[in-house]
Write a protein that binds this ligand. Structure first.
Ligand SMILES: [Zn+2]
Length: 339
């Protein structure tokens, strides 16, 4: 039997290098949506009663052993309710939230992580582009390996989840310096940077990446632990509001290149490795720009955990000086959550 692969409309959009619209709209409009460029204002806002991506947007299949059970919906709500107590809703909430252009930068899967179920950067970009594009005022773009000059210029927030081949495979120092200037210029105009998991991969150029984001991964030097699950949150970090604990089996790094204290970073989460706390999530202000880093992000199931999403979404919104829970309505859509 011959099976014919057919691209979904949003995959067509990516192939054409065009901006993604909310998938509910894309699927309704079919191929004609490839021409759509203005959509964010018309996108429905997801809430408990109106979840435009459910169905067909479900959690990604769990492929590898060791997945945690789905998160209880009440546990997610308790954190958000606590957060609202600390950050009350402004009296005039009728004002539209400012439009934000978010660029999701992934890469192909790397040879060292070729099996499905982890380090699936293309799957993350696909799913989170669909997810984010259904929030009010969020415009999602996608790129491979490294943003183009035009993408750097028009984005408010750039989120990397890849094996960072543009940096780690580069041999020429002058080209690394050019990549560093991209980050510097973006931060200097107030851009928000988010680096997830192996996007910290910088090979022999780890010092240059650490200068921007705090710490970077150098193969042969850094250490890792699959199955790390206890992420110790810094209670008074603003992004930890509402949390009492955060556990999920994923992967920790340590022995990374760089110095967070010297970089003026604030640690959000740590794990105990070799009897000492090691930073796993942190924030850093760089002039008018801001950077957020999360080492957790190895397994595909982690990206469907509502509480992990909440921390990453908070890091994203903090980096662009937005209310930290602006994306909170998206945490349970297509997530591993149950009543
Ligand atoms: Zn990993």
């Amino acid at each position: 039997m011959q099976v014919r692969m057919q691209r979904r409309p949003y995959e067509v959009l990516f192939a054409l290098g065009l901006t993604l619209v909310c998938s509910a709209q894309v699927e309704a409009a079919g191929e004609q949506s490839a021409a759509a460029t203005s959509y964010a204002a018309a996108a429905p806002r997801p809430n408990d009663e109106d979840l435009p991506l459910q169905p067909p947007f479900e959690a990604a299949p769990v492929i590898l052993p060791g997945a945690p059970p789905p998160r209880k919906r009440a546990a997610v709500a308790a954190i958000l309710n606590s957060s609202r107590t600390v950050h009350p809703t402004p009296e005039d909430s009728s004002m539209p939230e400012p439009a934000l252009r978010i660029l999701l930068c992934a890469s192909e899967k790397d040879a060292a992580h070729g099996r499905p179920g982890a380090h699936d950067y293309p799957l993350w970009r696909d799913r989170w582009a669909r997810l984010l594009s259904c929030a009010d005022g969020i415009i999602v773009d996608a790129s491979d390996r490294w943003p183009t000059a035009e993408q750097w210029g028009r984005s408010d927030l750039v989120v990397f989840n890849s094996y960072n081949p543009a940096w780690a495979l580069e041999k020429e120092v002058t080209k690394i310096e050019a990549l560093g200037r991209d980050l510097d210029a973006f931060l200097a105009r107030g851009g928000g940077l988010v680096f997830i998991h192996f996007s910290l991969n910088a090979s022999s150029h780890a010092v240059a990446l650490a200068q921007r984001v705090g710490l970077a991964w150098q193969g042969g030097v850094g250490r890792y632990r699959h199955g790390a699950s206890d992420w110790l949150l810094t209670k008074d970090h603003p992004l930890a509001v509402g949390f009492t604990e955060f556990t999920i089996p994923d992967e920790s790094y340590w022995n990374m290149t760089g110095n967070l204290a010297a970089a003026g970073a604030d640690v959000l989460a740590a794990s105990i490795e070799q009897n000492a706390p090691q930073p796993q999530m942190w924030t850093r202000e760089v002039g008018p720009g801001r950077a957020f880093v999360s080492v957790p992000g190895h397994y595909t199931w982690t990206f469907d955990d509502p509480l992990y999403r909440l921390l990453i979404f908070r890091g994203m919104m903090w980096s662009v000086r937005q209310p930290i829970d602006r994306l909170a309505p998206l945490t349970t859509i297509g997530a591993r959550v149950e009543d």
